[in-house]
Design a protein around this ligand. Structure first.
Ligand SMILES: [Zn+2]
Length: 112
């Protein structure tokens, strides 16, 4: 098992990292990067719906759960629900968020 916040951080962090490294013309087509990151984070937590919907238990334990940003791999690597693993993942996501915010501020100030 892995904490939900860890899954969210991986989904949102990878999405924002991808946003940051794609070409600018592709980046401009994204209407709202923050909404996209939140949706990706929720998508990463999607396999955990099996806790509420018993029909999804097989899905959660299968390789198919990896479509939720490596969900099953994370569950296998972090078997003890470590707070430290989730903290590292949140720091990973936070670093990307801060760098994007600084980039936005930089571009805003340059336009003035
Ligand atoms: Zn899970």
């Amino acid at each position: 098992m892995s904490l939900a916040i860890g899954h969210f951080a991986v989904g949102a962090g990878i999405t924002l990292l991808g946003y940051q490294i794609v070409r600018p013309e592709i980046r401009r087509k994204v209407p709202n990067k923050w909404l996209m990151a939140i949706l990706a984070g929720l998508w990463a937590m999607f396999p955990d719906l099996s806790q509420f919907v018993k029909r999804l238990e097989g899905f959660h334990d299968s390789l198919w759960a990896n479509i939720g940003f490596f969900h099953q791999i994370m569950e296998r690597l972090d078997t003890h629900d470590s707070i430290w693993v989730s903290a590292v993942l949140v720091v990973f996501m936070g670093t990307i968020v801060v760098s994007l915010l600084m980039s936005d501020i930089w571009h805003f100030l340059r336009k003035k």
